[in-house]
Ligand binder design. Structure first.
Ligand code: HEM
Length: 466
């Protein structure tokens, strides 16, 4: 089948399971980088009986995502995501549904960012609350991930539900747990097995059964919020649900409209999932790197003290005066490589690329990590080195291989929000605290736990007020 379809080269597939066995039932970014060394920057792996075309390295990935942006703008509706989303929402929808929902949320995010006391203000408020929570620990050892993730989820909650939740709120805790589980599932062996053999997996016990009860919980949480918004409609829409309800009534007589309640539930779910674990995990890595590289931490603090002083509000605009801090945040994103291989795409029409014909419907994967670690574009790709983003004079400079949010038609919808949020939280934390290892701990575990979102191992640090 492989040779007759003239697909790009790759390891020989076995009948029925393809290359899943040799891939350890995962599309791990490091395995795919190794395969690219052998088979080239465009290769084929078989997930069961389905071929997946993998692009590696800055040149091939940019060619696929940017030069062939339209052709590779589809999203594969795998058996798992089909059951999870029914093809609704943004992340895993296609065609008119995807275009309308994506455009609507893009406009909504722009409006919220432009509002007086808008999204940035909300981030500053949550960052202050986080500083108080850290301060209350009085420098004792703590796992920062819970407090950070609560603060980040509350920024999203204000954006989509119009209110925040106290840390002890059980239903909100359950929502975070459920969304993290759903997000992680797709990157696990079970996720791969479910997609390769759904008919078999439906008959076998495992975490894939738990994942659907978590999906149900998330959807019912969102439904309850929608009901409460419907009861208390305000004249001026305040949050995503308000805006969406207004959009449904505005378009109710338009037969081409895709705005309805099932899409609203999935859009809200997509935004909650897309903006929670991603940003908090990146910050979690940032704190870990500051502990591991105290000289870099000190340099950031010096720059913050010199440029900003103690004025309490820090704005995203301030990054232009803080080249070193800005470079460190970029390097955190590059080196942590939180999004692993990114999300799979689907070819929406026959396309010729690098001499290969990729037919409509084929699944393609642009390995984002292979770009963030591409030795042709980074001086020391496997080292944490903020100088990757600074020129000789110490001026900030970007790099075309910096693609943590992917690129093209499906580029991350929350890129601007994420960049603002990372900057506001990171600068507030570093101005207020020095992060260090607890007494007696000498080792920082820097390797990662692979998943849809790449996490650090759990760790404890001390946040010492400055
Ligand atoms: C550090 C934070 C984040 C990173 C690294 C990140 C990364 C990504 C990546 C790699 C993709 C896949 C794009 C592709 O198909 O090639 C993506 C898609 C997406 N992200 Fe993010 N993301 C982050 C934060 C956010 C936030 C804050 C939101 C919410 C506002 C968000 C919403 C989405 C959505 C809706 C998609 C799907 C876009 C589509 O299919 O059209 N993300 N993100």
């Amino acid at each position: 089948q492989w040779t007759t379809r003239r697909l790009p080269p790759g390891p020989t597939p076995l009948p029925f399971i393809g290359n899943l066995w040799m891939l350890n039932f995962q599309l791990h970014h490091e395995t795919l980088i190794q395969l690219a060394k052998k088979y080239g920057n465009i290769l084929t792996v078989w997930a069961g009986e389905t071929p997946v075309i993998v692009f590696s390295g800055c040149k091939a990935v940019r060619n696929a995502l940017i030069s062939h942006s339209q052709e590779f703008s589809g999203r594969p509706i795998t058996p798992f995501v089909k059951e999870f989303t029914q093809g609704k929402g943004i992340v895993v929808s296609n065609g008119r549904n995807w275009r309308q929902q994506r455009y609507f949320v893009q406009m909504f995010l722009r409006k919220m960012a432009a509002r007086n006391k808008g999204l940035e203000w909300q981030m500053q408020e949550e960052a202050q609350q986080l500083l108080e929570d850290f301060t209350s620990q009085r420098g004792k050892p703590l796992d920062p991930s819970l407090l950070i993730s609560h603060a980040i989820c509350n920024v999203t909650a204000s954006l989509i539900f119009g209110h925040r939740f106290p840390v002890e709120d059980r239903a909100f805790q359950q929502l975070k747990k459920a969304t993290n589980f759903v997000m992680a599932f797709n990157g696990t062996h079970w996720g791969r097995l479910y997609d390769a053999f759904p008919w078999l997996m439906r008959r076998v016990r495992g975490p894939h059964q738990k994942v659907f009860s978590h999906v149900e919980y998330v959807h019912s949480f969102v439904k309850q919020e929608i009901r409460s918004h419907q009861k208390n409609l305000t004249e001026e829409p305040q949050d995503l649900i308000d805006f969406y309800l207004a959009k449904i009534s505005e378009t109710k007589d338009d037969p081409s409209s895709t705005f309805d309640e099932s899409n609203m539930i999935q859009v809200v779910t997509d935004i909650f999932i897309g903006s929670s674990d991603t940003i908090s995990t990146t910050l979690h890595w940032a704190v870990l790197y500051m502990v591991a590289y105290p000289a870099i931490q000190e340099k950031v603090q010096k720059e913050l003290d010199t440029v900003l002083g103690r004025s309490w509000r820090i704005f995203f605009e301030d990054r232009k005066k803080l080249p070193y801090t800005n470079a460190v945040i970029h390097e955190v994103q590059r080196f942590a490589n939180m999004a692993s291989v990114g999300l799979a795409r689907q070819c929406i029409r026959d396309t010729s690329i690098q001499g290969f014909l990729i037919t409509k419907g084929t699944i393609v994967l642009a390995n984002v990590s292979s770009v963030l670690y591409d030795p042709e574009h980074w001086k020391t790709p496997r080292q944490f080195n903020p100088n990757h983003f600074l020129d000789e004079e110490g001026t900030f400079m970007n790099n075309k291989a910096f693609l943590p949010f992917s690129a093209g038609h499906r580029v991350c919808l929350g890129e601007q929000q994420a960049r603002t949020e990372l900057f506001i939280f990171f600068t507030n934390l570093l101005r207020a605290f020095t992060f260090q290892l607890p007494d007696g701990v000498t080792e920082v575990k820097m390797d990662s736990i692979y998943g849809t979102v790449v996490h650090p191992h759990p760790y404890k640090i001390c946040a010492i007020p400055r």
